[in-house]
Design a protein around this ligand. Sequence first.
Ligand code: IPD
Ligand code: CA
Ligand code: CA
Ligand code: CA
Length: 258
Amino acid sequence: MNAYKTIAVRAANRAGDFIAKAFANRDRIIAQSKGTNDFVSNIDEQAEQLIIDTIHKSYPEHAIFAEESGHQGKSDVEWVIDPIDGTTNFLRGIPHFCVSIAVRQKGKTVAAVVYDPLQDEMFSAAKGSGAQLNNTRLRVSASKKLDGAILATGFPFREGQDLDKYLEYFQAVYPHCIDMRRAGSAALDLAYVAAGRMDGFWEFGLSDWDTAAGVLIVKEAGGMVSDIKGNQYTGDSASILAANPGVFKHFLQTVKNV
Ligand code: IPD
Ligand code: CA
Ligand code: CA
Ligand code: CA
């Protein structure tokens, strides 16, 4: 196994066990608001530290970019961490959240894990070596069009986000597909596209830590990723579209005039 992926899996397992215990024993959770509709807890922060400690035990010189503590160190290798993706679910007792860790070398993602500790599902990928769920190889779904597709999405819930624009896209796409899901964890949405459980995923206003791992897992499972207009996706893009190749093409055609 890719050496970085091995450490990412170890860190995700450790943090995942810690988060699952806290989820079961809810009285230890202290939540705070980061902004309108945006939350963090002591468990997010402690899980993040656990991940960073695990990485630094093997690679003390590597740089870190983590949601709750920001940038740390300078190196060609950077670990991009979202300790709990789906914090609102976690705080509400909704059992759908994950740990997301990506490893970048000179700006290119080379290894990634998205771990759902309650399902014990470890989605992972190493560049050029495919994607796995636990030990099983992943492949995106084979559907060719939006018709018959189930898409994952996230709503623009933060202050200042353009709900009207989001709804224009929704209105263009929704009538074509079977249905749309808003499950509350972008990293798991991407992992589910890789696993063929969802045919595609789109959202506005995500951050690098939400998508860094999931994007590699989707690509290594044969999926495509861009922004909502078909331009190259970077962690700083204002929107994301990830889907199997057929649905990806049909989605972009459908929203061409939005
Ligand atoms: C959030 C989740 C959610 C998405 C938000 C993200 P967090 O991440 O991925 O599905 O809609 O935009 O911020 O804050 O729980 O790590
Ligand atoms: Ca957050
Ligand atoms: Ca997140
Ligand atoms: Ca988070």
